[in-house]
Ligand binder design. Structure first.
Ligand code: TMP
Length: 212
């Protein structure tokens, strides 16, 4: 008699986006706690990074001494780090874990390189090609006043050191992207207290976990 096999569902793919100093790390810890309290398995990635090669690319990208990196080179390096993460880890992990949380994903490229650096179409095409078909199920965008976010930082890397006008454009870009993708991207007011931010995100995530 044929054995009945239960095929595991693909992991819920959650991404967290935000401006500098918006509190992504704290939110990710909260979400991880919620997922684990439901006895679900969870894997956390960060972008750029997570893989050995991705972490090396991250160092190059964030090093203030690398001021000569051109906008297109920057775009290609972010795409390269992402593709490495997808091919080395995500493709496999999506069939193993219940939930995968990624600290930033392709929305960062669309906003930072596409919108704020002005690479538009090149960023869109790069994202289309090199995300290899992976699209988050839900994206939390932590919305904070750029000035307030920057004031929370201890030091500033190459990207964080850009002028306030760049960070203001980032916020604009994220809000536009969230409008276009309103069913996927959820805006969370990150000016609120940590407790309020956690409650808002937990409620949204719980809905997704229940509907799985
Ligand atoms: P993090 O410090 O939030 O981990 O992110 C690293 C920096 O890289 C942050 O300044 C945002 C930036 N970034 C881009 O410019 N484009 C991208 O595609 C990604 C993933 C991050």
């Amino acid at each position: 008699m044929a054995q009945k096999t239960v095929k595991k569902k693909k992991a819920l793919f959650v991404t967290v986006e935000g401006l500098e100093g918006s509190g992504k790390s704290s939110l990710i810890k909260t979400l991880e706690g919620l997922i684990k309290s439901r006895k679900l398995s969870c894997k956390i990635y960060r972008e750029p990074g997570t893989t050995r090669v991705g972490e090396k690319i991250r160092k190059i990208l964030l090093d203030k001494n690398n001021s000569e990196i051109s906008p297109h080179t920057e775009l290609l390096l972010y795409l390269a780090a992402r593709t490495q993460l997808i091919e080395e880890k995500l493709k496999k992990d999506i069939n193993i874990y219940d939930v995968i949380i990624c600290d930033r994903f392709f929305d960062s490229t669309l906003v930072y390189q596409g919108y704020a650096l002005g690479l538009g179409k090149a960023a869109e095409r790069g994202v289309d090609i090199f995300s290899l078909g992976f699209v988050p199920d839900i994206t939390f965008f932590l919305d904070v006043d750029p000035k307030l976010g920057l004031s929370r930082l201890k030091g500033r890397d190459r990207i964080e050191s850009r002028p306030l006008s760049f960070h203001n454009r980032l916020r604009e870009g994220y809000l536009q992207l969230a409008k276009i993708n309103s069913s996927r991207i959820k805006i969370i007011n990150a000016r609120a207290s940590l407790g309020e931010v956690s409650t808002a995100a937990r409620k949204l995530l719980e809905g997704y976990l229940e509907n799985r």
